[in-house]
Design a binder for this molecule. Structure first.
Ligand SMILES: NC(=O)c1ccc[n+]([C@@H]2O[C@H](COP(=O)([O-])OP(=O)(O)OC[C@H]3O[C@@H](n4cnc5c(N)ncnc54)[C@H](OP(=O)(O)O)[C@@H]3O)[C@@H](O)[C@H]2O)c1
Length: 292
C-alpha cells in the first residue's frame, strides 16, 4: 500500500456494515494493516468475522459485536422508503459508543445532471432521480445524527470481479453510442486506499465532511469497452445509437444515461494530497485483467 504516512493503530476495531463489493475490499485491506474488522451481511455465512445485520427483517447485531468498536464504515444503500438502514436500526446504539469515526459510502448521483460539466463538493446537490433523492436524504440523516460521520460520494465502482470484462464474458455488454455522454468511475482499491489515507493523516489534514472519490478521467462508456476488447485482443461489436438501444434497456439502465457529469476529485487529490492508484480506467482495467 502506498500513500500512508504512518501505520494504523492496531487497537482500532472496525465494523464494516454491508460487506458487499466495496466493504469486502476495505475489510481485507484494513486487516492486512493489523486492525480488527468485523463485517455484516443480511444472512449467515461461514466467515467467522461476519455477523448478521438486516434492517429489512429487524435482525440487529448482538451487543458483543460492538465492544471496543472505534470505527464504522457503512456501505449500505437507502431502504425502499429512502431511510438509512443503519440509522433506522442502530442510531441509539452507535451514539453510546466511543466512536472516533464513521464513514458513509454515498453516490455522486446526488449531484444530478450537469450536462457533462464538472461537479465538485461545493456544488449544491440537485438529484433528479428518485434513488438519488433517497440518497441525499440518507446523507442528511447522517449529518444530522451528530455522529462523527464523513461522507464519500462515489461514481461507478469497478474492480477485479466487477468490470466490463465480466460483462463481455457473460455477454451482457451493450456497446451504446451517445454523443458527448461521459461517466465517472472509481476502482474499488482507490475507495479503500483513499479512506485509509484520510484516516492515517487525520491529524494533519483539514477535515471535510463530504469528499468525492473519483478517478482523473471521466469518459464515454464506449472508450472503456473498446479498451477492454483491445486488451482481450478481440473485435468490439458495432456500436448501437442510444436512441435505437433505449427501447431494450431496463428503466434502471436507461436512468443512468439520463445523467451526464464529470466528477471532480480535486479536493481529495489536490487539496488533501491523495495519490490515486488507478488514475484512469486504463490502469484500472489492466489490474482487473490480471484477475479474470
Ligand atoms: N456499485 C456502484 O457502482 C456504486 C456507485 C456509487 C455508490 N454506490 C453505493 O456505495 C455503497 C457500496 O457499494 P457496493 O457496490 O460495494 O455495494 P454492494 O456490493 O451492493 O453491497 C451492499 C451491502 O449492503 C448490504 N445491505 C443492503 N441492504 C441492507 C439492509 N437493508 N440491511 C443490512 N444490510 C444491507 C448488503 O448485504 P448482503 O451482503 O447480504 O447483500 C451488502 O453487503 C452502496 O451504498 C452503493 O449503493 C455504489
Amino acid at each position: 500500500m502506498k500513500n500512508f504516512a504512518s501505520s494504523l493503530n492496531k487497537k482500532n476495531k472496525f465494523l464494516i456494515l454491508g460487506c458487499g463489493f466495496s466493504g469486502n475490499f476495505f475489510a481485507k485491506t484494513i486487516r492486512h494493516l493489523g486492525c480488527t474488522a468485523l463485517t455484516s451481511s443480511r444472512s449467515e455465512n461461514n466467515d467467522p468475522n461476519n455477523f448478521v445485520f438486516n434492517s429489512e427483517n429487524g435482525i440487529i447485531p448482538n451487543k458483543k459485536i460492538f465492544n471496543g468498536v472505534t470505527h464504522i464504515l457503512s456501505c449500505i444503500p437507502p431502504d425502499k422508503n429512502g431511510k438509512d438502514p443503519v440509522l433506522g436500526s442502530l442510531k441509539n446504539k452507535l451514539k453510546n459508543l466511543s466512536l472516533e469515526w464513521i464513514g458513509y459510502l454515498s453516490t455522486t448521483g446526488v449531484y444530478g445532471n450537469t450536462g457533462g460539466d464538472w461537479v465538485s463538493e461545493s456544488d449544491a446537490p440537485n438529484p433528479c432521480q428518485k434513488r438519488s433523492q433517497k440518497r441525499l436524504n440518507c446523507e442528511k440523516e447522517w449529518i444530522e445524527s451528530g455522529l462523527p460521520v464523513q461522507i464519500f460520494r462515489l461514481p461507478g465502482i469497478y474492480g477485479p470481479g466487477r468490470s466490463t470484462f465480466e460483462a463481455i464474458k457473460n455477454q451482457k455488454v451493450r456497446v451504446i453510442a451517445k454523443k458527448n455522454q461521459v461517466f465517472s468511475r472509481i476502482h474499488v482499491a482507490d475507495i479503500t486506499n483513499a479512506i485509509i489515507y484520510l484516516l492515517q493523516n487525520k491529524d494533519s489534514l483539514e477535515f471535510h465532511q463530504i469528499i468525492n472519490i473519483a478517478d482523473d478521467e471521466p469518459c464515454s462508456q464506449i472508450e472503456v469497452i473498446k479498451y477492454c476488447y483491445e486488451l482481450l485482443n478481440q473485435k468490439m461489436p458495432k456500436p448501437i445509437l442510444f436512441e435505437d438501444a433505449k427501447k431494450d434497456l431496463s428503466p434502471i439502465a436507461q436512468s443512468f444515461w439520463i445523467e451526464n457529469r464529470r466528477v471532480s476529485n480535486k479536493l481529495l487529490c489536490e487539496k488533501l494530497g491523495y495519490e490515486l492508484i488507478y488514475k484512469s480506467y486504463k490502469e484500472g482495467l489492466r489490474n482487473c485483467l490480471l484477475n479474470i
